[in-house]
Structures are given as C-alpha cells and as structure tokens.
Design a protein around this ligand. Structure first.
Ligand code: SAM
Length: 284
C-alpha cells in the first residue's frame, strides 16, 4: 500500500428506505475529508438527514475522466475520500470504475462499505435458483439491439438479472416474451424497500399483462429476474418437436428424406432422427 496515502471508501447508500443505511456508512461518510457523489444535490438531502456535513464533490459519467486524477491526487496527499452514488452500491450500473481502477494502479487502499444493492435484494426474494446468476444491468435502449441481447441469452442456464426504468419496462418485457417465450418463469421486483414495493413471480407473459393492464405497475424502478434455461425441459421440447415434425413429414416423404429434413431443422444427429423415424413407421 502507498505509505502516506489516504483510503478510497466505496460506500453503499439506501435504494429507497433511508433506514437501510449502515452505521459504518454514517461513520465513514461523517469522518472522511471529502465525499465524491454522482449527484451532489440528491446526496445532500440524504447527508443532511443523517447530520453529515462533509464536503461534497460531483463525480459522474460526464466528468469522471477529469475528476479521477484530481481525487487520486488528494488521496495520495493523505486525504480519505468516500464515493457514493444516487442509490445502492457504487459501480453497480453506476459510476466509479475509473476511480477504483486508478486507485489500484497506485496501490491506494480501496475499502468497501457494503449495503443495499437492488439486484441482490431482488435476487434474495425471487425464489429462483441463486447458485449461479448473471447480472446484465440495463438492456439496450433500442429495440433491435435489445432483442439481439435477449436472443443471445435464451440458452443461458444461470439466473439472469436486469435493471429497467419505468420508461421501458413494458417494451423490455414484451421483447423478453418474444425471445425467452411466454412461459419462462420471471420475477418483477418494483420499488424495493419503498411504500409501493411489489414482488411478483409469474411467467413472462403474465408479468407483461400485469404492467400493461395496470398503470401503477409501470411506475418506479424495476429489477427483472429471469429463471435460467432449464436444460432438461429444453431437451424434452426438442424431442417433442422431433416426434411432431417426423409425424408430419412421414405423411408426405420417404423415411430418409424426412429424417434428413428434421435433422437439419432441429440440429439433432441424422442417424438419431432416422432411428426415430423407423420406430414411428413401425408403429404406424
Ligand atoms: N447502484 C444501484 C444498485 O446498487 O442497485 C443501481 C443503480 S442503477 C443507475 C438504477 C437502477 O437500479 C434502477 O433503474 C432500477 O432498475 C434499479 N433499482 C434501484 N433502486 C431500486 C428499487 N428500490 N427497486 C427496484 N429497482 C431498483
């Protein structure tokens, strides 16, 4: 560690309910030399609420390039600095990466003050497997890119976690239904820790119906959790498709030709499909 340098603290703040701030967060924010905040006006009201009078400086996506070396210089001179974002854990879909990276490069101590994070709070109540999950943050804003993004994850077996805003919640859910299918199990976690907190576990199409039919369900902030692809049921879907397709094709085509076509469509090996076709023919 750099000998006389201060520490960079990465401090989580509440995602709605102010009582979720930790004692350590209050202590660190009260005693550091400077707080770098995503939006100083927003953070001022939180800090005032806890009687924290530490000076604030803005640190956001648009000034992090110039601000990072300034903050690093202060830490190298011995100052302790805390980074906070508007809500939750900094760097999780929030600014801070450049600053933390620069601190590591100079051997500055970086210390986390853990607390609220919407993704983890939602995951903890989702009731879907949590042994493996993939945090994806905000999906792309434009429809084509968003659908391509979802398409690339259809076979992912880990639980998927997305953030979404009220402006795009309906469009994103509609694209999820179109790509992951009507029946994929998902969880909508809205306004976590706030007055209108809603946690709903259902199929994607039911969640889309919920936000389409009730204006209130489109208000606020959202985490969408999608249960990972179930390999076994995917396999049995493919098998079901093979039987159905072969049934149709064998009515019109000879065994060999029908098998070749079905193998091409499903991606299953030709000889496997051929065997199945012979079985179907034998029971006809
Ligand atoms: N760093 C934050 C964290 O640790 O969760 C996330 C910041 S990101 C800019 C804001 C997004 O997080 C929102 O659009 C929403 O998707 C999600 N989010 C934040 N607070 C939330 C809450 N109380 N309920 C549901 N989602 C929330």
């Amino acid at each position: 560690m750099s000998m006389n340098a201060g520490t960079l603290f990465i401090v989580a703040t509440p995602i709605g309910n102010r009582s979720d701030i930790t004692e350590r967060a209050i202590e660190v924010l009260s005693t550091v030399d400077l707080i770098a905040a995503e939006d100083t006006r927003h953070s001022k009201s939180l800090l005032q609420f806890f009687n924290i009078t530490t000076a604030l400086v803005a640190y956001h996506d648009h000034n992090e390039e110039v601000r990072t070396p300034q903050l690093i210089e202060k830490i190298m001179q011995g100052q302790n600095i805390a980074l906070i974002s508007d809500a939750g854990t900094p760097l999780v879909s929030d600014p801070g990466y450049r600053l933390v990276k620069a601190a590591h490069e100079l051997n500055i101590r970086v210390s986390p003050i853990p607390g609220a994070c919407a993704a983890i709070a939602a995951l903890s109540v989702a009731g879907v497997p949590t042994d493996r999950y993939r945090f994806e943050g905000f999906p792309p804003v434009k429809m084509v890119a968003r659908q391509a993004c979802f398409e690339s994850m259809v076979k992912e077996s880990a639980t998927l976690i997305f953030y979404e805003s009220c402006h795009r919640i309906k469009a994103s859910l509609a694209d999820m239904v179109a790509t992951f299918g009507d029946h994929r199990v998902a969880v909508l976690a809205r306004e976590i820790t706030k007055s209108f907190e809603t946690i709903r576990k259902a199929t994607l199409s039911e969640l889309l119906r919920l936000v389409s039919e009730d204006d209130n369900q489109r208000k606020g902030e959202f985490v969408i959790i999608i249960q990972g692809a179930d390999q076994e049921s995917q396999q049995s879907l493919v098998e079901m498709d093979v039987d159905r397709l072969l049934g149709i094709m064998l009515d019109e085509l000879p065994v060999k030709q029908a098998s070749e076509l079905v193998a091409k469509i499903t991606g299953i090996k030709k000889n496997q499909v051929y065997k199945k076709a012979l079985q179907i023919k034998a029971t006809d």
